[in-house]
Design a binder for this molecule. Structure first.
Ligand code: MF3
Ligand code: CO
Length: 253
């Protein structure tokens, strides 16, 4: 069963989403050559506590491992879940996905954006733009009564038309009292399949798009996911409320 949130829960999740998007907005100006990913992480953490919330990822346990940071800072061929490091400095030409979660009054919000450091080539800009637009296409088509598979299919076909690929081993998710709730949200799929969206569902859509082929692998640290072919990867995510009229983006910037 996919949880349906009450109006009271939705109001809290709106606040959680607002806190999170404000934090992301405030971090972006610090993304520049020479900054370390740990500095970005510490800034995010400070801003989250100032807003009266808690980091949503720190302490998250996935079977055996515990995620140790507030942000995931995945650079270039890193797809997601890269742990920020004191000695990892951004350089011109990098692209970085800033993925962050907050917990506020018992409810989670989850969001990611990909930004460039300095100048990047045209094709890399296209990769970022395509990933962002794939999420926007999904958002425009979300509403009560639609099959989740229709949205997954839209994301996949949009991305593949641009000559890029969607990661298949990772997915989006429902979100609420838990960071990851039902359903699993694939970024590829067939029309007319999967659950039918209902008003009151809160879902985190997060397309991950590779410049090369879709397979990814996990590095030895057990967290960092990278493209198998070493090609660049971009990631955008929003926490979204399904309504009768359409999608309400709870993490709108
Ligand atoms: N947005 C990511 C996800 O939904 C971030 C999770 S990082 C983790 O999986 F550490 F919390 F796993
Ligand atoms: Co997520």
């Amino acid at each position: 069963m996919i949880p349906i949130k009450t109006e009271k829960e939705i109001e809290i999740m709106r606040q959680a989403g607002q806190i999170l998007s404000d934090v992301i907005k405030k971090i972006v100006p610090y993304v520049c050559r020479g900054v370390s990913t740990l500095e970005l992480d510490q800034l995010a953490e400070k801003l989250i506590y100032q807003a009266g919330a808690k980091p949503g990822f720190k302490g998250y346990s996935d079977k055996k491992k515990i995620y140790p940071a507030t942000l995931c800072t995945s650079i270039n061929e890193h797809v997601v879940h890269t742990i920020p490091k004191r000695n990892k400095f951004l350089k011109d030409g990098d692209i970085i996905s800033l993925d962050c979660g907050v917990k506020y009054k018992g409810y989670y919000s989850d969001m990611a954006i990909t930004v460039a450091v300095g100048k990047i080539p045209y094709k890399t800009k296209e990769l970022i733009k395509t990933t962002k637009e794939a999420l926007e296409v999904a958002i425009k088509n979300i509403k009560e009564g639609v099959y989740l598979g229709d949205i997954s299919h839209l994301i996949q076909s949009f991305v593949e038309k641009k000559g890029f690929s969607v990661v298949r081993q990772l997915s989006g998710h429902g979100i609420g009292k838990e960071l990851h709730e039902k359903p699993t949200i694939l970024n590829y799929g067939k029309k007319g399949t999967g659950p039918i969206l209902k008003s009151g569902m809160v879902l985190a859509f997060e397309p991950m798009v590779n410049m090369g082929d879709w397979p990814v692998k996990t590095l030895k640290d057990g967290w960092t996911i990278v493209t198998e072919d070493g090609s660049l990867s971009a990631h955008f995510e929003h926490t979204i409320l399904v309504t009768k009229k359409g999608a309400e983006v709870l993490t709108k910037m």
